[in-house]
Ligand binder design. Structure first.
Ligand SMILES: [Fe+2]
Length: 155
């Protein structure tokens, strides 16, 4: 597996969870469960991805700007999650605000899978692509299953 395939697994999970949440109602157990899952997925993925994908890409001039942009978007998503955390899940505003996060997640993943993966494909060696996949996966699983606070937005 290479780093692109590894990252895409979580991307698909994020899209599925975000879309399922749009179909939930009020302060229901279903919405609570899915939202908790999505927050944890986003946080674990962003942390492992910044360390094992963006960090090596920052070393190359060609991919530096796009990498910084990608990480800035992680922060924007954290901010939306923070705001959602402080809102009443049963209020009509919650879903309206969640739609902004849904949109941001889809936009960000699209950006990564097209623009950033393409650039990374050029600057990383084949060995790096497989080595980074292993490191990313190990770290992602630790974060995903662990209790470690990995994002200021997670609560
Ligand atoms: Fe990302």
């Amino acid at each position: 597996m290479n780093i692109f395939e590894a990252l895409r697994i979580s991307h698909d999970t994020q899209r599925a969870l975000a879309t399922q949440i749009l179909q939930t109602q009020g302060d229901s157990p279903e919405r609570n469960r899915l939202y908790r899952e999505l927050k944890h997925e986003l946080a674990a993925h962003a942390a492992a991805e910044e360390r094992w994908f963006y960090s090596p890409l920052i070393d190359h001039d060609e991919s530096m700007a796009q990498s910084r942009h990608g990480m800035a978007e992680h922060h924007e998503m954290d901010k939306l999650v923070d705001e959602l955390n402080s809102m009443e899940m049963s209020s009509s505003g919650w879903l309206a605000h969640f739609k902004k996060l849904h949109h941001k997640v889809y936009h960000h993943l699209e950006d990564e899978e097209h623009a950033i993966f393409q650039l990374a494909g050029k600057v990383l060696t084949e060995k790096q692509k497989t080595d980074l996949a292993k490191s990313y996966e190990e770290e992602f699983v630790n974060f995903r299953l662990g209790q470690m606070p990995i994002s200021s937005a997670e609560s």
